[in-house]
Design a protein around this ligand. Structure first.
Ligand code: HEC
Length: 156
């Protein structure tokens, strides 16, 4: 290979590499997209206002979800221990096929992405709640949900 051919091959490989990176980062359904944990979100999570998170939970989620250890399923599944759980897997609740097959595990990153826009994260889901637009709301709420767990995962 002469220098020119080599350079051309290198340029092509670089372009292909970028295309692959761009493709992998295209936000889409959690079944094929592994969302990052944005630094800004991690920072807010470390400083989460848990009392505010609880209020948000009561206002926005508690009509369908129970988050207490001794609780159970309502219109939505029991959310005790949700962090670390595989999506759509808890026994005794009839999930949509979309949620059962989405294949991800609930982490800070997937919950944050899900609660930003639920129908983008799990198209065809059965949860009638569109999402929380503000990052601070999601961080306070997820910070609070972290405490509803037998083994709260370490903060990022
Ligand atoms: C109107 C009822 C309703 C509201 C309000 C609601 N949810 Fe849900 N949620 C559901 C239903 C129903 C499902 C099951 C979805 C499916 O199977 O597609 C669900 C599923 C979930 C799951 C997946 C659980 C698992 O085990 O995989 C999470 C996490 C969740 N909701 C969090 C929340 C949070 C946090 C809020 C408040 C910001 C909220 N939901 C508000 C009804 C609701």
């Amino acid at each position: 290979m002469d220098t020119r051919t080599r350079l051309r091959a290198l340029a092509a490989a670089t372009l292909l590499g970028w295309a692959a990176v761009a493709g992998a980062q295209e936000p889409g359904p959690l079944s094929s997209y592994d969302p990052p944990l944005p630094d800004s979100f991690a920072e807010r999570l470390r400083n989460a206002d848990l009392a505010r998170g609880e209020q948000l939970f009561m206002r926005k989620c508690s009509s369908c979800h129970d988050q207490e250890k001794e609780g159970g399923h309502g219109k939505g599944p029991h959310l005790w221990n949700v962090l670390g759980r595989r999506a759509g897997s808890i026994a005794g609740f009839e999930f949509s096929e979309a949620m059962r097959n989405s294949g991800h595990t609930w982490s800070f990153a997937t919950l944050n992405y899900y609660l930003t826009r639920t129908d983008r994260a799990v198209p065809g889901l059965a949860m009638e709640f569109r999402g929380l637009r503000r990052e601070k709301d999601r961080a306070d709420l997820i910070g609070y949900l972290r405490t509803r767990n037998d083994n709260p995962p370490p903060l990022p």
